[in-house]
Every structure is written in C-alpha cells, then in structure tokens.
Ligand binder design. Structure first.
Ligand code: MG
Length: 183
C-alpha cells in the first residue's frame, strides 16, 4: 500500500511544474485538486495568475479539469468563474471522481499514460491517482493553516505513512519526498 502513496514528482507550486516536459512526455490531460493546490481554503475565486496559468496550459495543448473532494457550492462558483470543467465530491482516494473526470468530462479521449493529477495531499490525491494508475505530482500545500478538519486528520495519517515510507523505502523517499517532508 505505501507504494501507492509515493508521487511521481514533487513541486513547490503548480507554477513550478515543467509543463513543457510533461507535454513532451505525452501528457495531455491535467487533473487538478482545488483546495490548497490552486487556492487556499481562505480564497474563493481565481486570481489573475491562475487565469494566465490556465491560458498557458490550454495554449500548449493540455486539457484541464478540476477534481475536488469538496461538495460545497464554493467549488461550483470557482469552476464557473474559472470557466473550467470540474468534478466535485470526487471522494479521493476512491477512483470514482477521477474516473468521472476521464470518462464523462474528458469523454475518454485520453489513455492513462496521458494523464497527470496535481494535488497537495498524500492520503487523497496521491493515493487516488496511484490507485487509478496515472501520474501524480504532489504540490506543496498553499497554506496548511487553512486546512479543514478532514484534511487535518488526513495530514496526521500522512505523517504516519511518511515515517513508514522513509523507513521501508528510503531511496524512493529521498528521491520523491525528502524535499517536501525533510530529512
Ligand atoms: Mg487539496
């Protein structure tokens, strides 16, 4: 199980992901978490930088879909303002929401090796993506202090598994997680 908690990549923010390299590697569909990946829990609306970010990705030839576990109207409002297709109440780490994004929203245009998921949580985003057998980039949370209670609980679990990964798979830990979680 712990192997499914190890992301393929780790980046400081969505703006640090080398999208040209992903494109060259054949990635065409970017699924992204919303809370603490695109915006903090305190923010509700996309800012100018996020609009530029989306435009850049679409211009490059990517398709972008939001996949959020939240069921709040805030997700609908954000997605509409951002003019971006989305799946809410995605139930990550279950595969259900990712499947919906790929099959219904993206209309089965992409094979799994053409898809990457960006997200800030090991227990939901990374676990869901690896179970669904797509690439996952772990993104450092924008502001953990804004995490809601379920996320706080997940962070505790995350710490527990981080210790196990460090012990059992030290090489992978050093390669993919050390930069984020430290020595
Ligand atoms: Mg998140």
């Amino acid at each position: 199980m712990i192997k499914k908690l190890i992301p393929d990549y780790y980046y400081k923010s969505i703006y640090d992901v080398p999208y040209d390299k992903l494109y060259a590697d054949g990635i065409r569909l970017i699924l992204t978490d919303l809370d603490n990946t695109l915006i903090s829990y305190k923010q509700n609306m996309p800012n100018e930088k996020l609009f530029e970010f989306k435009k850049k990705l679409l211009d490059m030839g990517f398709e972008l879909i939001l996949v959020s576990n939240s069921k709040k109207e805030r997700v609908d409002n954000f997605a509409k303002a951002y003019d971006c297709p989305y799946v809410k109440f995605a139930t990550k780490p279950l595969k259900r929401g990712l499947k919906k994004a790929v099959k219904k929203v993206a209309k089965k245009k992409y094979s799994k090796d053409q898809i990457i998921l960006l997200g800030d949580q090991l227990m939901t985003d990374v676990f869901a993506g690896k179970r669904f057998k797509i690439k996952v980039a772990l993104i450092e949370a924008i502001d953990k202090s804004t995490d809601v209670s379920t996320t706080r609980f997940n962070r505790k679990l995350e710490n527990f598994f981080i210790k196990r990964i460090k012990k059992k798979l030290p090489d992978l830990y050093n390669e993919r997680l050390k930069e984020y979680y430290g020595e």
